[in-house]
Design a protein around this ligand. Structure first.
Ligand code: SF4
Length: 327
């Protein structure tokens, strides 16, 4: 059963030139002990989805529509105090992109973790918080005796692990990891991803993994949502999508990625660039870059239809192939 269900989420940013439709009708689910990946090019709205779930949008961000159902409650109906006191950190926490640089250099790692715990759980004493920190450090593979070190005494990988530990400090049900391995070298990145995979199973954590790197999705996630220009164009089981990607954009992303196990083949990039979300193209937003686009694609937005159990695609071509609908 889904722990978190995002339904028809729309988040826009107000600018001097109009509204940027960063997230425009996004729906997906996260289950306990499983990871859902949000994948797509930069600027497709992945991080905005995360900021909307935690209600930490910048001042010009507005959630226009949708529901974010978590444990029977719509998070969008809670007021700011309820979200701060009951949801952020305690139920849903986030490791931001480049989080390892977010540690304050003038405080020890222990001080920063203790503060995070005591702010969210005022009844916890400093001694108890310190004990919890030591356990969390052990959980993420850092010698607990290092908690009194300053961030500069940690390597990049250790700082990233410390940030993951901090995000887990209040025992959340869901962890959002935004590009968790960016800026790490490949060996350390692999260790951090392995850690996330272990934590997901050990703590029965629901996870939202935001990345542009499809290999991370393949390694860590059970489900994935492929996002393009603020919309999900394909969603479903990771194995099914990687085995037989149906949406032309998903096919393009997979073809642009090296396959280390299959035959050597030429990588093909997707021509063009994502659209300006101030004025996205009418019809299918991918049509200016799609090799299969026809007249209908330029006028009518494709519906998000279920092709097989739990596998959804928004494309006129796919709809016509599976349901014989004229396009
Ligand atoms: Fe391409 Fe048309 Fe499908 Fe959009 S709806 S992905 S333009 S075929």
């Amino acid at each position: 059963m889904a722990l978190l269900r995002v339904e028809g989420l729309k988040t826009y940013f107000k600018t001097m030139s109009g509204y940027v439709k960063a997230v425009d009708g996004v729906s997906f689910e996260v289950e306990g002990g499983k990871a859902t990946g949000l994948a797509g090019e930069s600027g497709c709205g992945k991080t905005t989805v995360a900021l909307s779930i935690l209600r930490i949008l910048p001042f010009n961000g507005e959630i226009r529509d949708g529901k974010i159902m978590f444990k029977g409650r719509d998070l969008l109906k809670l007021d700011e105090d309820e979200v701060r006191e009951e949801i952020r950190w305690k139920e849903i926490s986030i490791v931001f992109q480049g989080a390892m640089n977010a540690l304050n250099p003038v405080y020890t790692v222990a001080d920063q973790m203790v503060e995070a715990i005591m702010v969210h759980e005022p009844d916890v004493t400093r001694k108890e918080a310190l004990e919890r920190c030591a356990k969390l450090m052990e959980l993420v593979g850092i010698d607990p005796s290092r908690i009194n070190n300053y961030p500069h005494e940690f390597s990049g990988g250790m700082r990233q692990r410390a940030m993951i530990a901090m995000a887990l400090a209040c025992n959340p049900s869901i962890l959002i990891a935004d590009e968790p391995s960016t800026a790490l070298d490949v060996i350390v990145a692999a260790q951090v991803l392995k850690l996330l995979k272990e934590l997901k199973m050990k703590l029965n954590l629901g996870m939202i993994l935001i990345t542009h790197d499809l290999s991370i999705i393949a390694e860590l996630c059970e489900k994935t949502a492929i996002m393009y220009a603020g919309k999900i164009v394909e969603y479903g089981d990771v194995v099914a999508i990687f085995k037989e990607p149906l949406h032309p954009y998903t096919q393009g992303l997979i073809s642009a990625f090296p396959n280390i196990t299959g035959k050597r083949q030429k990588l093909v990039s997707i021509p063009g660039a994502p659209p300006d979300l101030l004025a996205p193209p009418p019809g299918c937003r991918f049509h200016p870059r799609c090799n299969y686009a026809k007249g209908k694609c330029k006028i009518e937005e494709p519906a998000f239809i279920e092709i097989s159990k739990g596998h959804y695609v928004a494309c006129h071509k796919v709809e016509s192939e599976f349901y014989g609908k004229k396009w």
